[in-house]
Design a protein around this ligand. Structure first.
Ligand SMILES: C[S@@+](CC[C@H](N)C(=O)[O-])C[C@H]1O[C@@H](n2cnc3c(N)ncnc32)[C@H](O)[C@@H]1O
Length: 247
């Protein structure tokens, strides 16, 4: 099947990707979310002691990958990303896990990776701050694929930017976010990086990309997930735990 025409923009190929770890300073909420994704997976760990087969969509530089691995010892993790700039950093940060054979890192887009998987073959799929970057038409294809490849009883754990359905309140939050970026990056004399993040935010907020909460929940439900738990939420940052029913 052909990819949608709007798919696979390379938003992390430039300076944002090269200096992605700066996000730990300018957006500490994202690091906290990575911790929560790993913690949520740990709460689901198979007590029978079987190795969990897990895929991570959009591992970036490995911040969430590390959290997932550190909190889930009995795990085989396949982490994918379509951006070499990010993956090269992940390879450095996660070399110990790669050496142990517990992790594989692959340059491939999320939909392509999912399509390679057999149906009902994975215990969990995890992701943080990846899906909101997808164009709407591409994202619409991803939900049913995630559902297909999960085993019955499997889960999709996604910590991400979910735009508020109340657009006025949402705009206020984005304005606060921009103020915080200016505050932090101007103090660091990094107008160059500030410019890149503001440009990136325009993409996140564009109608082609914006991941509004209710349409996202509708897409989860339409794919067959039930229930979809809201495990955490702070402003636009939200952690969803979506279950594939046992039967
Ligand atoms: C905001 S970063 C988040 C990185 C990481 N998950 C974390 O928690 O730090 C989004 C990542 O998703 C990747 N990405 C975006 N679209 C993708 C796609 N279609 N397939 C695979 N990765 C994608 C980007 O290259 C980038 O590394």
């Amino acid at each position: 099947m052909n990819e949608p025409q709007t798919s696979l923009e390379r938003q992390f190929s430039g300076q944002i990707g090269a200096e992605y770890e700066m996000l730990k300073l300018i957006c500490p909420a994202s690091v906290d979310m990575s911790r929560r994704v790993g913690e949520t997976l740990a709460s689901r760990v198979n007590k029978a002691g079987q190795t969990q087969q897990v895929m991570e969509l959009g591992c970036g530089t490995g911040i969430t990958t590390l959290s997932v691995l550190a909190q889930n010892p009995g795990l085989q993790l396949r982490s994918v990303d379509n951006e070499p700039t990010m993956l090269n950093q992940a390879r450095e940060h996660l070399s110990a896990w790669l050496d142990k054979g517990q992790l594989s890192l692959e340059e491939i887009d999320a939909l392509g990776a999912l399509r390679q998987c057999a149906s009902a073959s994975l215990d969990a799929i995890v992701s943080a701050y990846t899906l909101h970057n997808f164009p709407q038409d591409y994202r619409a294809l991803v939900y049913p694929e995630i559902f297909r490849v999960l085993k019955p009883g499997g889960v999709f754990i996604n910590g991400d930017r979910y735009a508020l359905d109340d657009t006025i309140e949402h705009t206020k939050l984005i304005q606060q976010e921009i103020e915080a970026y200016f505050d932090m990056l101007m103090k660091m004399n990094r107008a160059d990086l500030l410019e890149k993040w503001i440009v990136h935010l325009f993409s996140d907020e564009s109608p082609d990309h914006v991941m509004r909460l209710q349409p996202a929940l509708d897409a989860f439900n339409a794919a067959g997930f039930n229930p979809v738990e809201h495990r955490f939420h702070d402003g636009i940052n939200r952690l969803l735990l979506a279950h594939k029913p046992l039967i």
